[in-house]
Design a protein around this ligand. Structure first.
Ligand code: DGJ
Length: 725
C-alpha cells in the first residue's frame, strides 16, 4: 500500500518520495514533509514558537505557543488566526468570512479519483490509490474534502479539493485553491515560466524573498505570459543534483501560483484558479470541485523531475489514438500563404510535400466564411467557395489521392462581428450590456458558459468532421478574455462565468474527442498561449509558439521542457528570413530544432532549391527513424541557453543503449577551442561509439569530461551526435 495511517499521521509513499501529514489533538492538519523517503514520522521537526502577534485558537487554551499563524498547515482557511495566504476563503450567509478547517475523517480507496467536468490524471486500479481527508469548519457547515491521488511507480501525487455547503444558507467561495502546503524552512528558489506572444515560457529562477512571489494569469487562459507550472528548488539544485519539487495545474483558464516566505522563513505554496476572476455561490447541498494540481519532487535534480512530469503527462494525462504512438509529419500552409490561397495553391504545396515524404496537409485559417483577413468570418464554419471551388470534399479527395492525410484549422470559441453567426446571435458573444467590448485581433469570444452555445458548436463541428475525411484538427484561440459577463447567469453568479467557460470548453472537447477518436487534435492559442496539462488531456500536442525562428525556439522549448514532454510540442520548420524575427538560420538548424517536438513544415516547399528539397526529404526520413527515441527516450537539458551561449539537449533510450544529442551554438567565435559538452543519463561503465567519427568513450568520460563538439561555422549552427553502446 502506498498510503499508511498511524496515530493520525498520513504517509503517502511513492517509489522515491514521501508525502506526510498529521492531524493533531485539535484536528489541525499539518503538512509535515514532501521529499525523500525517511522511514519515520517527520513530526519531530515541528516547533511551537511563542511569536508575538500570532494569536492562539480558543481551544488551545493558554498555550501561547500554539498558533495557526506559525504551524505548517496542509490546507489553510482564512480569518481564523493564520495571516498567511489562504488556500480557501468564503463569505458565509451572515456576511462573515472566517473558516477554520479541522480534521474529521479519512477514506482510502484503490485507483485514482476523477473530477466531474474537469480533466484529471487517470490511472488503472492497480497503479494508484486515492486518499480523501475530510475537513470541516468549526462553526459552519462548510466541508472540504482534500483528495490525493498517489501514483506510486510514477512518483507523482495529485491534489484537488471538493467544497460542500452542508448548511442551509448560501455560501460564496472567493478563492479555492487546488493545492496548499507549508514547506519547512530552507532557502528555496522559485522557477517559473513567463513570456509573451511569440516568446512563451522563458525560464526564470530567483530566490524567494520575504513576502509573496506569484505567477498567474487573469487572462481567462493559462496564457503566454505565465505558465501554470512552477518549481521550488534548493539553492544547490541543478539538472543532475539537488532537491526540487514541481507542480502543474491541469487547468486552461486563469490561474494563480504563489509562494509566501513568512516571518519565520517558512514557505507556503498555493496553486489553483485565479481568485481575481472567480467567485462561486454554493447553494445548500451544492459542491464545488477544484481543478487538479500534479506534484512531483526529486532529490537528483531537475532532469529527473522533468522526466517524471513527461511520463505522467504522456501516460496518465494524454489520451486517445495518438497518446504514445508516432504522429504524422505535417505541412501547414499558414506561413506559406496566410489568407491568400486557393485550391490550386494548397494542392501545389501538398503535392510537393507528398513527394518529400510528408504525411499530412493541414489547411490553416482562411478556408471558411468571408475570411480574407482576420477582421471577419470567424464563426461561419462553411467553406469559402471563392477559395476552395468544389468544397472540402473535393480538396480532401485530391490530397488523399496523393497519399496524404488532411487536417483542418478551427477557432471555434471566437466570433467576428463581421459574420453571419454574429448577425444572428449577437447575444452569444461575451460582452457587458451597455459597454463597448474590448476586441482582440478584431474578434470577440463566444460565451461557452452558455450550454446553448456549446451545443451549437458541437453540432456545427461534428457535421464538418462527420462529413469529411479530416484526420487532424488544429484548435486555435486568439485573444485574452475580458468583459466577463454571461447572459445566462443571474447577477449574483456573474463571478462564475470564467470557470463555467472553461467547463463548457472542456465539455465540448470531451464530446468531440469521444465522437472522433481517430482525429488528432492539436491545441493552439496564438501559438502556446494555452499550453497546459488541461488542454493536453484532449489534445496530445499543442502548437508551441507562433515564433518559428529556430534560435528563439531553443529558449521557448527549453522552458517548455521542464514540465511538458517533447511529444506535446508542435514544432515546424519555416522559411527564412524568419517571419517573426528576420533571422536566417540554416535549414539544418531549423530541422534540428523542430525535431525536438511533433515535427512539421510551415513554408511553401515549391520555393526551395533542389538541394533544399533533398535536405527536407532527408530530415523527414531522419525524424521518422528517431521518432521513437525522441518520444520514448529520457529527455535531458544539456545546457542553459540563457547562460551558456548554446542550447543542447539529448534523448537517452530507456535501456541507455542509444543516445541522440542535438543542439545549436549561438555565436561563431574565431580562434577558439572546440566546445565541450557533458552528456547525461548514460551508463557510466559502458562504452559508447559516436556514429559519425567511430570514436569510442566510456559513459563516465562522456558525462564527466564531455565530448568535443565538431567545428561549427556561422551563427546558430546546429550539431547532431548519435551514440550507441
Ligand atoms: C494563430 C496560430 O498560432 C497560427 O499558427 C495560425 O493558425 C493563426 N492563428 C491563424 O490565424
Amino acid at each position: 500500500m502506498a498510503v499508511s495511517v498511524k496515530d493520525n499521521i498520513f504517509s503517502l509513499e511513492t517509489r522515491n518520495t514521501l508525502y506526510q501529514m498529521k492531524a493533531d489533538e485539535f484536528g489541525v492538519l499539518y503538512h509535515l514533509w514532501y521529499g525523500a523517503k525517511t522511514g519515520c514520522s517527520m513530526d519531530y521537526l515541528l516547533d511551537y514558537p511563542d511569536v508575538g502577534f500570532s494569536g492562539n485558537p480558543y481551544d488551545a487554551g493558554n498555550r501561547r505557543n500554539y498558533s495557526l499563524d506559525t504551524l505548517p498547515l496542509e490546507y489553510a482557511g482564512s480569518g481564523a488566526g493564520d495571516f498567511r495566504i489562504p488556500a480557501i476563503s468564503v463569505t458565509h450567509g451572515d456576511g462573515s468570512t472566517a473558516l477554520d478547517l479541522r480534521f474529521r475523517e479519512y477514506r482510502l480507496t484503490k485507483g485514482k479519483y476523477s473530477i466531474p467536468g474537469l480533466p484529471a490524471v487517470y490511472a488503472g486500479e492497480d497503479e494508484a490509490e486515492t486518499l480523501e481527508i475530510v475537513l470541516k469548519d468549526k462553526a459552519s457547515d462548510v466541508e472540504v474534502i482534500l483528495k490525493y491521488g498517489i501514483l506510486e511507480e510514477a512518483d507523482v501525487i495529485t491534489r484537488s479539493a471538493v467544497v460542500t455547503n452542508k448548511g442551509s444558507d448560501a455560501v460564496v467561495l472567493n478563492r479555492v485553491h487546488s493545492l496548499c502546503m507549508d514547506i519547512p524552512g530552507g532557502d528555496w528558489e522559485w522557477v517559473h515560466f513567463h513570456g509573451r506572444h511569440n516568446m512563451e515560457r522563458q525560464a526564470e529562477r530567483m530566490p524567494l524573498i520575504h513576502g509573496i512571489q506569484e505567477s498567474g494569469s487573469g487572462r481567462g487562459t493559462s496564457s503566454h505570459q505565465q505558465n501554470p507550472g512552477v518549481l521550488l528548488c534548493e539553492k544547490s539544485c541543478g539538472e543532475n543534483t539537488g532537491f526540487c519539487m514541481g507542480a502543474v495545474l491541469m487547468y486552461s483558464g486563469g490561474f494563480q501560483a504563489q509562494a509566501e516566505k513568512d516571518q519565520l522563513d517558512q514557505v507556503r505554496f498555493v496553486m489553483g484558479i485565479h481568485p481575481g476572476s472567480f467567485s462561486w455561490t454554493l447553494a445548500p447541498g451544492e459542491s464545488f470541485y477544484t481543478p487538479e494540481a500534479v506534484l512531483s519532487c526529486s532529490g537528483e535534480g531537475m532532469a529527473v523531475l522533468s522526466q517524471r512530469f513527461h511520463h505522467v503527462i504522456r501516460n496518465h494525462v494524454c489520451r486517445g489514438k495518438y497518446k504514445l504512438g508516432p504522429r504524422p509529419v505535417l505541412i501547414n500552409n499558414w506561413e506559406a500563404t496566410y489568407f491568400h490561397f486557393d485550391q490550386q495553391k494548397i494542392l501545389d504545396i501538398a503535392r510537393q510535400a507528398s513527394e518529400l515524404g510528408i504525411d499530412m496537409m493541414v489547411l490553416d485559417d482562411g478556408w471558411f466564411g468571408e475570411r480574407d483577413t482576420d477582421c471577419s468570418g470567424l464563426g461561419d464554419w462553411f467553406v469559402n467557395e471563392n477559395k476552395l471551388q468544389g468544397g472540402l470534399q473535393n480538396l480532401i479527395a485530391q490530397v488523399n489521392g496523393m497519399g496524404m492525410k488532411f487536417g483542418l484549422w478551427f477557432e471555434p470559441e471566437a466570433v467576428s462581428e463581421e459574420s453571419r453567426l454574429y448577425r444572428e446571435h449577437p447575444e452569444w458573444a461575451i460582452r457587458i450590456p451597455g459597454r463597448k467590448p474590448v476586441r482582440g485581433r478584431y474578434q470577440l469570444l463566444l460565451d461557452l458558459s452558455n450550454p446553448e452555445v456549446v451545443d451549437y458548436l458541437y453540432h456545427v463541428l461534428s457535421k464538418i468532421l462527420g462529413e469529411n475525411h479530416i484526420e487532424y484538427v488544429k484548435w486555435d484561440m486568439n485573444r485574452s478574455f475580458c468583459d466577463w459577463y454571461s447572459a445566462v447567469l443571474p447577477r449574483e453568479r456573474q463571478g462564475e462565468a470564467p470557470h463555467r467557460y472553461i467547463l463548457g470548453l472542456y465539455g465540448l472537447l470531451e464530446r468531440l474527442t469521444r465522437d472522433f477518436p481517430e482525429i488528432l487534435f492539436e491545441g493552439c492559442s496564438g501559438g502556446g498561449g494555452r499550453f497546459d496539462a488541461g488542454m493536453l488531456y484532449y489534445c496530445p500536442q499543442i502548437w508551441c509558439s507562433d515564433d518559428t525562428d529556430a534560435h528563439e525556439r531553443t529558449f521557448i522549448q527549453y522552458g517548455t521542457s521542464f514540465f511538458y514532454p517533447v511529444s506535446a510540442v508542435g514544432s515546424h520548420v519555416s522559411a527564412v528570413p524568419n517571419h517573426q524575427t528576420g533571422r536566417s538560420a540554416s535549414l539544418k538548424t531549423r530541422g534540428i530544432v523542430a525535431m525536438a517536438g511533433s515535427f512539421g513544415y510551415e513554408l511553401d516547399l515549391n520555393c526551395l532549391t533542389d538541394g533544399e528539397k533533398e535536405e527536407v526529404s532527408r530530415q523527414v526520413r531522419e525524424y521518422k527513424e528517431y521518432q521513437e527515441l525522441i518520444y520514448d527516450g529520457k529527455y535531458y537539458r544539456l545546457s542553459n541557453p540563457f547562460e551558456d551561449g548554446m542550447s543542447a539537449w539529448s534523448w537517452v533510450s530507456e535501456d541507455r543503449s542509444r543516445v541522440l544529442v542535438h543542439g545549436v551554438v549561438f555565436r561563431a567565435v574565431p580562434n577558439s577551442l572546440r566546445r565541450r559538452l557533458k552528456l547525461s543519463g548514460l551508463d557510466k561503465q559502458a562504452k559508447y561509439k559516436v556514429s559519425d567519427s567511430g570514436e569510442v568513450y566510456t559513459g563516465a568520460a562522456l558525462m564527466e569530461g564531455g565530448i568535443l563538439l565538431p567545428w561549427l561555422h556561422g551563427d546558430d549552427a546546429a550539431f547532431e551526435l548519435y551514440l550507441t553502446r
